[in-house]
Design a protein around this ligand. Sequence first.
Ligand code: FES
Ligand SMILES: [Fe+2]
Length: 462
Amino acid sequence: MKAEQNELITRIGPGTACGAVLRSYWQPVALVDEFDPRLDPRMAQRPLKAVRVLGQDLVLFRDDAGRWGLLDRDCPHRNADLSFGRHEGDGVRCPFHGWKFDATGRCLETPAEPAGSKLCERVTQRSYPVMEKSGVLFGWFGEEGKAPPFPEFDCFAAPATHTFAFKGLWNANWLQAFEVGIDPAHPSFLHRFLSDAALDSVGENAAGRQFRSASAGDFSGEKWPMTRIMREFHQPDISFEPRPWGMQLTALRPMTDELTHVRITNAIFPGTFVIPLSETLTITQMHVPVDDEHTYWYSFFTSFAGPVDKEAMRNQRLQFISLPDYVPKSGRHNNWGFNPDEQRAQTFLGMGEEDINVHDQWAVESMGPIQDRTREHLGTSDKVIMANRRMLLKAIETVQAGGTAPGAADPAQAGQMRGPDTVDGIAPAGTWGSWWQEKVRAKRAGAPWLRQPEAAPEAQAS
Ligand code: FES
Ligand SMILES: [Fe+2]
């Protein structure tokens, strides 16, 4: 890839071409949890925080009426930092000269101005619409009044009892974070355990142990952990198909003449993947630029069976991530916890068994703040990465020409922003296509929050 192209697809600040594409979608700005005084005691008195999204500095607060305000952070008077403002219940007051703004950015007072001054009426602070979905606050940074309908993906359609959201900071560009996530070849290596834990020791909610769970289906009457299949069959036959939201990814690992392992995941354009964690739990993970060199991932866990135990899921993850900014405890500063003895005896990577998230973090961060794609050499197993870049380049071109970005950004496609379905299982080699759709149908039929069983959108489309 040429250096100019790499710049084009990675830079996302205001005024950039790729930034315009990302601003065509609702983007996460914070977890609702970040305003929970039990997790951040500062929020009891002052529910306000500085956030940075897409290279923009913002202040996010909740007023006494429960409205969310997401405003540019620089005070429109002389640009002091509003995240140090006085939270006054009905708005935020800048400590420099006392100008006050409500959640919509309306100026309420300019107290240093002479009595009768009309200055306040002529000033508005730019505010951004906020939507709360499944424990996450989303902001709209595109053209005012042009926000598309919020997509009805499973992670948003499921009730609060069946979803849990969490996030973490990676010190690298958003695109390489996404490209690690959608890479169907890497679990066979990066997440490889050299031996398998007993399946019954793997709790469904265990943080970071997803590949320890059993694949659906069985092999000669035996359940296999995903990781064993990934390890023993490491040359997946990878394919992808366009879907209204982006791409459906298929990785086949033929095991015998009769059986094949099938893993179906999804890439939701421009920065979200959906993968199975177990037969009844999926992870939808969004990659949101803080700026060009930092990214928050936001994960939504969605249960198609019983309710999730949010407290337990959060506590498991807080072993590895520090509040209030959701910064991983491992990182470049401590070599991501690398242990050569572990690498020799236990894991392919040597960065611990309990938190596979740090494996991905290493892959993402070790490339450097912005991967230099002029230096890489892609192979056949990177075809999904290449397809995604083509899609991104095309979207950049479309948006630059005044068109609409694809998928969830396109109001005309809103009705198709559903699902998408995932599976990880051992299937009959000849009929894996119908096998996985049957698995999905059963999973959806078993979800208490889906009123009636419905065919997978994939089944209708193909
Ligand atoms: S800079 Fe904010 S009131 Fe003057
Ligand atoms: Fe991974």
